[in-house]
Design a protein around this ligand. Structure first.
Ligand code: 5AD
Ligand code: SF4
Length: 475
């Protein structure tokens, strides 16, 4: 994949660089007599799901191991969003299944979006797999495990209209102890024509607002200082409180979380341009601790393509939305996703995506070549007719332009002082340099001095690259 880092949620969300690396869960859950190995691909929602799974398995007596060779249960939480993600999972499955030669009792399970998309076919194709569990089936893992232990193939790919796992506070496993992720809703009702998510994660449902606030508060008490509220389309969050006959929308939820403590930074991802409201923008303005950053996927800068994508907005609408954000919150960072080479995209239409980058000067973006997914409206209705080499060339052009603006924007930060939340030692020089983020989610690197993880400091920026700001701590 060609995009690089994700400032939004630590390389987690739908970043195939991260997918390539795969993150195996390790952390607070210790090893026990029986141990499980969990590897996750895809978006931050999926990583959060893996933590829910680890919590459920812990209740069943499983510990966590980071070495799949010694695991009694190997789980791979999968992503279907692009072909590449699925290929990677199949490669990993080949490696995992070889473990069974030495340890025939080990069980292998496929979780998540690929389990949902391919269902029983996956058992046909990958004969060594014992369990197939879709995103709404994790509560049934104890029964499924019993079936699998008895030598039967165990499958639960039922999608639910209600399941939000609201009562499960996931054990944070792959974490730095500062940045936390909280799922506020599941599924998606949008039906963008290219997207497999409505089929793999089902209908949209919002989680109990009080359970979200309680989980965020617990994270704050444990030392977390930067929480990202996660959903496919957070602006359509809408929870009905049946007991009090009241309702909570996303702006209200944001406020509830922001009020937990002024030292708790709140972020959210992702927003749909059709749904983000002025109410949300005013709430962001009202609270200093709601971060000034919006991930607003564009997908295409051309109105005909947007219509084919069923995005329900056009180029002008997106521009107006962007203008409104800038008018109300001029310091806000806007980041985006763009799909390149969608069905029948012409050279001129591609130019429209490029010119939108000129217009919005996105702080950061994820840029993807279109990958046809079986069963989606686009696969049924349109030809995936942009040749691979054309997609690649257009992607390179988009990335070059986006990098150009990332560098310009970061250079504009030189001379400014930012409030930075310290996250820990930098990757390159962990002894002497530390890193953190500002409200816009730009990565800032500075000489260590006397600071601690989770502390807020002021940093004067004195240099910048396209991906990082460099500075010094000031009082
Ligand atoms: N091909 C390429 N990119 C896709 N995305 C979603 N579906 C596809 C697809 N079929 C991208 C969109 C979305 C992000 C999560 O992944 O840009 O916003
Ligand atoms: Fe996440 Fe979508 Fe991938 Fe599922 S298909 S893991 S929802 S990015």
């Amino acid at each position: 994949m060609n995009d690089t880092i994700n400032p939004l949620i630590q390389n987690k969300e739908h970043d195939e660089t991260r997918q390539g690396e795969a993150v195996s869960l390790k952390g607070k859950v210790e090893k026990k007599a029986k141990n499980c190995y969990v590897e996750s691909y895809g978006c931050a929602l999926n990583f959060n799901d893996s933590e829910i799974v680890a919590t459920l398995l812990n209740q069943e007596g499983y510990g966590i191991t980071t070495d799949f060779k010694e695991a009694d249960l190997i789980l791979i939480n999968t992503c279907s969003i692009r072909e590449h993600a699925e290929q990677k999972v199949r490669e990993r499955l080949r490696i995992f299944t070889s473990v069974k030669k030495n340890k025939p009792s080990a069980l292998i399970g496929v979780l998540g979006c690929m389990a949902e998309r391919l269902k029983e076919d996956l058992l046909e194709q990958e004969k060594m797999v014992d369990l197939i569990v879709g995103p709404d089936g994790y509560r049934s893992l104890p029964e499924l495990l019993k079936e699998a232990e008895a030598g039967h193939k165990a499958v639960n790919v039922l999608l639910s209209r209600e399941e939000t796992y609201a009562d499960i506070s996931p054990t944070r496993l792959a974490t730095n102890g500062v940045n936390g992720f909280v799922t506020i809703m599941r599924g998606c009702n949008n039906m963008c024509s290219f997207c497999v998510v409505p089929f793999t994660r089902g209908r949209e449902r919002s989680r109990d607002a009080f359970s979200i606030v309680a989980e965020c508060k617990q994270l704050f008490d444990e030392g977390f200082r930067d929480i990202t509220l996660l959903g496919q389309n957070v602006d359509s969050y809408h929870w009905k409180n049946e007991t009090e006959n009241s309702e909570v929308n996303f702006a209200q939820l944001l406020e509830m979380v922001a009020l937990i403590h002024p030292d708790l930074r709140v972020r959210f991802s992702s927003s749909h341009p059709k749904d983000i409201t002025d109410d949300v923008l005013f709430t962001m303005l009202k609270y200093e601790n709601i971060c000034k950053q919006i991930h607003l996927p564009l997908q295409s800068g051309n109105s005909r393509i947007l219509e084919k994508m069923n995005r329900t907005y056009d180029r002008e609408w997106y521009m107006a939305k962007y203008d409104r954000i800038m008018e109300l919150i001029p310091e806000c960072a806007v980041t985006t996703d763009i799909i390149i080479g969608f069905c029948s995209e012409t050279e001129e239409e591609h130019q429209d995506s490029l010119s939108m980058i000129d217009y919005c000067r996105f702080e950061f973006g994820y840029y993807f070549k279109y990958s046809e997914r079986g069963g989606t409206p686009a696969q049924k209705k349109f030809d995936d007719d942009v040749p691979e080499e054309v997609k690649q060339r257009r992607l390179d052009e988009i990335i070059a332009k986006a990098r150009h603006y990332s560098l310009i924007r970061n250079k504009e930060a030189i001379g400014k002082i930012y409030k930075v939340l310290v996250e820990g030692p930098s990757h390159r020089k962990p002894e002497t340099e530390w890193n953190g983020r500002n409200t816009q989610n730009q990565m800032v690197i500075f000489p260590k001095k006397n600071v601690q993880k989770g502390q807020y400091i002021n940093v004067l920026i004195n240099d910048a690259s396209a991906g990082t700001l460099f500075g010094e701590i000031v009082d």
